[in-house]
Design a protein around this ligand. Structure first.
Ligand SMILES: [Zn+2]
Length: 496
């Protein structure tokens, strides 16, 4: 079973930010939901991020957000396309990867630099072309122009459901970098957030663990598993709702800003190697690329499914003949249940998040992109043969079913435009989880995934962080002031 596709990621930086502004704001305003992801210059000491007290964790993340910075921001806009023919969910997806440069001093951790350099991150490029921003409260009239703070205001005004993956850290950094000084108390922060995003915040890591209940919940695993399940459902021709994606066909100047990111499934070269248990659980392994075991997510998913199937058969046998119990080998640490050790999971994820950065596209590669006349590759969920299936009910003129001709594959190695692609994957997990949750509720006013509304994943905790304004929590002054600006003074703070 394979399903592959190519995701166009629009590379936004200082020299095209103004040019792309209109397209970005339109994509934000017209979307059904929006996924965000950030790449950071560091997080500070790991242990404090895992403090038992959530209030303490919040303080630690706040300190990191004040002293570190966001290096890149991924925005994936999913717009549901009206589809009268079938019950399927078809989305027009636009993915932006913004390279940023904080104008104030900030810390870059040595291990982050090391990782960035290893992955070809071009610091000259970032310092020359990163979109500038300053942190904390608005200064002067800078919330008006074409800049990051204004873009964040547009995001708030659009009032769409917001999606993140393991997103508490993202939300704290976004608040500090593009919105206002962080409040001292966690309760104030969550109260502010609930008013900033009245359509709700969804954490797809929480959704993966508590709605989808996959064996692991790290981003790539969850995404690939969702994609696999969706493909299978389509192939089996069941009545359920399926997810289809469309991408815009970019023309003119736009073409030169796009990085076509292939996402090829089941191309594993690791068929004979066994999976790395550490990586299969957390999506991260201390041995990195030197690990002798396989870190291939497709192989890991396959392995998990085989393990599950083995256990099912064993259970059957066990029930048939209780005397044979002794023959059943004891469960090893490889069992999917063993992966629910949130504490270590976060440890791994935090390290992972800390180390991942996006890499700006090199100018010569952009030229190559133009020369290759790429089109979008948006029909990948249909195994190459059924592009007409989408054509039946998607009449978007910009939608195309041709696979791009890509002689310049080299530039997408090693996870370039990471924030953009991670945001894309987050959106996809949500779209898939939504089809699973949609069976019970059909009211248009109901939350998209009721069980996950305003719940941020907390590593090592069995309960999420609720994004809500409690009776006792106040809104921060900076936030109230900002809400006046976003919604206009007369309406003041907008609540449900
Ligand atoms: Zn490993």
């Amino acid at each position: 079973m394979s399903s592959s596709m190519i995701v166009p990621v629009i590379d936004v930086q200082g020299n095209n930010f103004k040019e792309l502004w209109g397209a970005m704001v339109l994509a934000i305003k017209t979307s059904s939901f929006i996924a965000l992801d950030t790449e950071l210059s560091g997080l500070g000491p790991r242990k404090a991020l895992l403090a038992e007290s959530i209030e303490d964790r919040y303080k630690t993340i706040c300190h990191a957000a004040r002293t570190r910075s966001i290096l890149s921001l991924g925005i994936a806009c999913y717009k549901e396309i009206d589809n009268k023919v079938r019950a399927d969910n078809t989305y027009l997806v636009q993915v932006y990867n913004l390279t940023l440069l904080c104008s104030e001093e900030y810390i870059i951790e040595p291990q982050s630099v090391q990782f960035l350099v290893q992955h070809g991150f071009d610091f000259n490029k970032q310092y020359a072309q990163g979109i500038p921003y300053y942190k904390g409260n608005d200064k002067g009239g800078d919330a008006h122009g074409v800049n990051m703070r204004s873009l964040f205001v547009e995001l708030l005004r659009a009032n769409k459901p917001l999606l993140v993956h393991n997103g508490l850290i993202d939300m704290v950094f976004l608040y500090q970098c593009f919105y206002a000084h962080l409040p001292e108390r966690l309760g104030t922060f969550t109260a502010d957030l609930s008013q900033m995003f009245p359509s709700g915040i969804y954490d797809t890591k929480y959704a993966t663990e508590y709605e989808l209940r996959f064996a692991a919940s790290y981003l790539e695993y969850a995404y690939k598993k969702c994609k696999l399940e969706n493909s299978r459902a389509i192939e089996s021709g069941g009545n359920g709702t399926h997810v289809f994606l469309e991408f815009c066909k970019y023309i003119g100047n736009m073409q030169s800003y796009i990085d076509y990111r292939p996402c090829v499934d089941n191309q594993s070269q690791d068929g004979v190697r066994s999976v790395c248990i550490q990586f299969s659980a957390y999506g991260w392994c201390p041995n990195g690329s030197h690990c002798s075991m396989s870190h291939d997510t497709d192989l890991i998913i396959q392995h998990d499914e085989n393990t599950r199937e083995d256990k099912r058969k064993k259970r059957k046998r066990k029930n048939k003949n209780k005397d044979s119990q002794a023959e059943v080998p004891p469960e090893t640490c490889e069992s999917p249940q063993g992966k629910r050790m949130h504490f270590e999971g976060m440890d791994a994820e935090v390290d992972h998040q800390d180390q991942t950065r996006s890499q700006p596209t090199l100018p010569e590669n952009q030229e190559m992109t133009v020369a290759s006349e790429p089109t979008d590759g948006g029909h990948a969920f249909e195994h190459g043969k059924t592009a007409s299936k989408n054509g039946n009910y998607v009449s978007q003129p910009q939608a195309s079913s041709e696979a791009p001709d890509r002689p310049n594959e080299k530039k997408v190695e090693g996870g370039t435009h990471r924030a953009g692609f991670d945001a894309f994957m987050t959106g996809y997990i949500f779209a898939f989880a939504k089809t699973c949750a949609a069976k019970s509720e059909e009211f248009t006013t109901a939350p998209l995934i009721p069980g996950c509304l305003n719940k941020l994943y907390l590593s090592g905790k069995s309960v999420p962080l609720n994004v809500a304004k409690s009776t006792f929590s106040k809104s921060s002054k900076a936030h109230v002031h900002k809400m006046d600006y976003v919604w206009g003074k007369s309406t003041a703070v907008k609540t449900e």
